[in-house]
Design a protein around this ligand. Structure first.
Ligand code: RIB
Ligand code: CA
Length: 313
């Protein structure tokens, strides 16, 4: 059954690549993109919405509704990642303004209304901070029984963080929201840095993309250029990690990763560890009563890279 995706994102560069990937799936009939919501994270939520509209229009999906969501986390101030995504969130490509505009309902409201109107059908794919999902849960606790599944790009379990020594960006931006979302009784797959970081694309992959003569390949290459520079000190080579697209691909084909089922909690108070995602890996450990998450611990890197490249070419 082809998944009906409700995307929640903070359109930045890898979110944009994920939108291009999803657009190719929609055009080939492998998925439906019901709507998109945006959230503070890489960039402010409204900038993310206009970036999403730009990409969807350029990808030939102008009719997908885009709703603006939370401008700030549940506790504390919004913080952005312009150093990784550019001042415009799309690698300073200064793409033309979109024709369309965001819908006038909020992203959490859009999640609730769509879930109520299509009970049991939606795959909630979250590739930014989890503030919108947390707000939707607080407004509509029965949401956990109204969605088919939730897939989240976020966290780092047996892998260093990327914003601090231990915290991954999407969880770090709003740890309270992540704790609420991970502790809710719904079927949740987590795609952490443990699975995404080893899928880093190299220069050869980037060159194959740049050689593509489609508008999508050229747009993706333009947007990625800023990310390549930002990633160089991290990868010590020319390359990028397109984290969000792996979460999207696992929504279509879960067989591309191996999983461990275990509860995951979020550190909220540590001076050095706030935003860290933790699980208890001790043999025979009492896992308590928190619902287990399905955590992707390893992906088929080659298959992921080839399928993503093919979709962009
Ligand atoms: O840690 C990676 C995540 O943070 C990705 O979703 C990227 O877009 C940034 O939001
Ligand atoms: Ca993101």
């Amino acid at each position: 059954m082809k998944p009906t995706i409700l995307l929640d994102c903070d359109t930045g560069i890898d979110d944009a690549l994920t939108l291009l990937y999803l657009a190719s799936l929609v055009k080939e009939g492998h998925a439906e993109l019901a709507a998109v919501g945006t959230v503070h994270g890489n960039v402010p939520a409204d900038i993310g919405a206009f970036n999403t509209l730009r990409i969807l229009e350029l990808a030939g999906l102008p009719a997908v509704p885009v709703a603006i969501g939370a401008a700030a986390p549940m506790a504390g101030q919004a913080r952005y990642a312009y150093g990784f995504h550019g001042a415009d969130g799309l690698g300073d490509t200064n793409l033309p303004e979109p024709y369309g505009s965001p819908v006038d309902m909020s992203a959490p409201d859009q999640i609730i209304r769509l879930a109520r109107s299509r009970p049991g059908e939606l795959t909630l794919l979250a590739i930014g901070p989890l503030t919108n999902l947390a707000i939707a849960l607080l407004l509509e606790p029965s949401l956990t029984g109204l969605v088919r599944q939730v897939i989240v790009m976020g966290g780092a379990l047996e892998h260093p963080g990327n914003v601090t020594s231990h915290a991954e960006a999407n969880v770090w931006h709003d740890p309270e929201a992540a704790e609420l979302v991970f502790n809710a009784p719904w079927p949740l797959t987590l795609v952490p840095l443990d699975a995404t970081h080893p899928t880093a694309m190299d220069g050869t992959w980037l060159d194959r993309l740049a050689a593509g003569d489609t508008t999508t390949a050229q747009l993706a290459t333009r947007i990625l250029a800023f990310y390549v520079n930002a990633y160089r000190p991290l990868l010590d080579a020319r390359g990028v990690v397109i984290h969000d697209a792996l979460a999207a691909m696992l929504a279509i084909d879960p067989s591309l990763a191996e999983y461990i089922e275990r509860p995951v909690r979020v550190e909220l108070h540590g001076e050095h560890t706030r935003g860290t995602t933790l699980w208890d890996g001790r043999r025979g450990a009492d896992q308590g009563h928190r619902p287990p998450l399905k955590v992707a611990v390893r992906a088929d890197v080659r298959e992921y890279q080839e399928r993503l490249l093919t979709s962009l070419l």
